[in-house]
Design a protein around this ligand. Structure first.
Ligand SMILES: NC(=O)c1ccc[n+]([C@@H]2O[C@H](COP(=O)([O-])OP(=O)(O)OC[C@H]3O[C@@H](n4cnc5c(N)ncnc54)[C@H](O)[C@@H]3O)[C@@H](O)[C@H]2O)c1
Length: 278
């Protein structure tokens, strides 16, 4: 064996692969799209926000990568079918990676949660990822030895719970069950790896102080993002984080890259922690 320095993946760790990343118009998803594209992966940006999605695609395409936008709402069944079809065309018949990332929280104490609030969050974080995976099943249940991987983005709220986030915590915990089950179902015959990355605090618009930004709910109504205080008093946040800092979207995107990369080729059914510690 030689230990001469060498390039292990001269074409990029994900050369020849095609990924769907939901919620990739901004935040964690957008940064993940850029990071995966840099490793040679073709990227399908699936997001409600067509304008921001186009900007992310432009960033990738203008730096030598390859990305398309398929804009739409992941809670819409027809959209998910269309998304899979467009990805297969773009990926020359193949899909290698799905990153179920789109989402937001709609928080209230348990006694105040309305049915619509509850159902929206479960449909966004659980039903939509499940339906996307199901729609893409024919492109994952294959015995051609190509690498295939699914990552479901969870949260520390789903692992430890978080006051005010019952629906979000339940949904994010549910993704862990979906992940482990799928790892059992598609691992043995098809070699598909399925993992979760559970983030703590990552600096995106979701977790900043409110700045008048919003996401659009499935029924077209707007949902304000950001929460009181945000990171204005950052010191209060970092006290129990072993690395003593809030994560950046780049930290998050790199963790996702690690999980889908060939470096994790024997890792499946796991929850990778993305919170700078335990
Ligand atoms: N930021 C954090 O601290 C943090 C921590 C833990 C988990 N997460 C999770 O990470 C994921 C990404 O969050 P972020 O912080 O990057 O948020 P973000 O608001 O910056 O980006 C989320 C993206 O999802 C899109 N989206 C929302 N609903 C959609 C729908 N129905 N269909 C299609 N696209 C939709 C939005 O348009 C937006 O572009 C979410 O699942 C979130 O729950 C974030």
């Amino acid at each position: 064996m030689s230990i001469t320095p060498q390039l292990n993946f001269p074409q990029g760790m994900l050369a020849g692969q095609t990924a769907i990343i939901t919620g990739a118009a901004q935040g964690i998803g957008a940064e993940t799209a850029v990071i995966l594209a840099r490793e040679g992966c073709k990227i399908v940006i699936a997001d409600l926000d067509a304008e921001k999605a186009r900007k992310t695609a432009e960033t990738i395409n203008s730096s030598g990568g390859s990305a398309i936008v398929v804009a739409g709402d992941i809670t819409n069944n027809e959209y998910l079918i269309h998304l899979v079809q467009r990805t297969v065309e773009f990926g020359e018949g193949k899909i290698h990676i799905i990153i179920n990332n789109a989402g937001y929280a709609w928080d209230s104490p348990i006694e105040n949660i309305q049915d619509k609030q509850w159902e929206t969050i479960i449909s966004l974080h659980n039903t939509a990822p499940f339906k996307l995976i199901r729609a893409a099943a024919p492109y994952f249940m294959l015995k051609d030895s190509e690498p295939r991987s699914i990552v479901n983005i969870s949260s520390t709220s789903g692992i430890y719970g978080n006051a005010g986030q019952a629906s979000y915590a339940l949904a994010k915990a549910g993704l862990v069950g979906l992940t482990k089950t799928l790892a059992h179902e598609w691992g043995p015959e098809y070699g598909v790896r399925v993992n979760t990355v559970a983030f703590g605090a990552i600096k995106t618009r979701l977790t900043q102080a409110p700045k008048g930004e919003f996401v659009v709910r499935p029924d077209g109504t707007k949902h304000a993002v950001g929460f009181k205080g945000g990171y204005d008093e950052e010191d209060k946040w970092v006290g129990d984080i072993p690395l003593r800092r809030i994560g950046s979207p780049t930290d998050a995107g790199r963790a996702i890259l690690a999980v889908v990369s060939p470096l994790f080729s024997y890792v499946t059914g796991q929850v990778a922690g993305g919170r700078g510690g335990m």
